[in-house]
Design a protein around this ligand. Sequence first.
Ligand code: NAD
Length: 319
Amino acid sequence: MTEYAVVGSGYMGGGIAQVLALSGANVVLADVSAEIAESNLERLLREAGDFERDGLMRDGAVEFLRPRLRAAASIEEAVADADFIEEAVPEKIELKGATLARISAAARPDALIGSNTSTISITELAGHVTNPERFLGIHFSNPAPFIPGVELIAHPTTTEQAIATAETIVRATGKQTARIGDRTGFVLNRLQYALFSEANQLVEEGVASAEDIDTVVRTTFGFRLPFFGPFAIADMAGLDVYRFCYESMQTDFPERFATPPRLDALVEQGRFGTKSGGGYFDNTEDGAQELVAYRNKAYVAMQRLLDELGPAPLGPPAA
Ligand SMILES: NC(=O)c1ccc[n+]([C@@H]2O[C@H](COP(=O)([O-])OP(=O)(O)OC[C@H]3O[C@@H](n4cnc5c(N)ncnc54)[C@H](O)[C@@H]3O)[C@@H](O)[C@H]2O)c1
């Protein structure tokens, strides 16, 4: 039987424990004390009950989880027999370092160890782990039970085997993984914060209100993002078109919107995207038609879903 441990059973650790246990593993929770781990376990089961009742978790989820989730008296007890341990204590570097040192001292030498850090260097954290080649960032997103993407961040001595094992474990939960290098912000936060910074700048420049910016993001390019990432979107728009747009943006923002060298190179090679047989992705003519048909179907399905859900119950915009 597969044995996992989650250290730090708060918001993220709790959700991660739920998804790991729903994949069929036994999951032991550890926290600052046995009492907190126990009360977090009860909270997790209660929340899972609400999710099941609302149709957000499969029927029978709570009864499936109950025998698979257990609270430990200490970190050492939780990790002793674990094949895989995920650390999810608060985002403070000293605390993470000390916790990882305790985890790796008490775990089996071959146990895989992941950290859910959003921002701290994995290479730096690896300095606190014995046998650091079995350590990597395994970054779930909030809310962990429902967001499908997980970043896997290797440091320079993480082994291929450790990354592959992490992929197997995470994919068994039904989630999708991406391999990421250890640079500040990884991919998710670097992109998310770039967008957020630019959005704030637009407000400060008086170009649009926060409310109107949110509307534009949700209803235009954000509408595409569940289906396509920036490279697929650029291919479909046309890389030659993107290059013209960059040149135009450079009239006001010459450095911030400098044309990416790879985009320039692709356009020079005549690779304009979907319409020319490929850009960042290769495609045939039939493939292009199939892609357009998928895209149209996806956007109509997305609009139906939004109509069904109605607008998000946000409060009024702050003054
Ligand atoms: N909240 C988010 O949106 C989000 C998203 C992605 C990643 N993360 C990352 O996940 C990690 C956890 O964040 P969170 O939001 O779940 O925090 P949280 O405060 O909800 O949970 C942290 C848990 O760790 C426990 N803890 C504190 N010190 C401990 C110790 N010494 N030993 C064992 N347990 C200890 C706390 O009691 C608590 O239960 C952080 O690294 C955070 O950056 C958070």
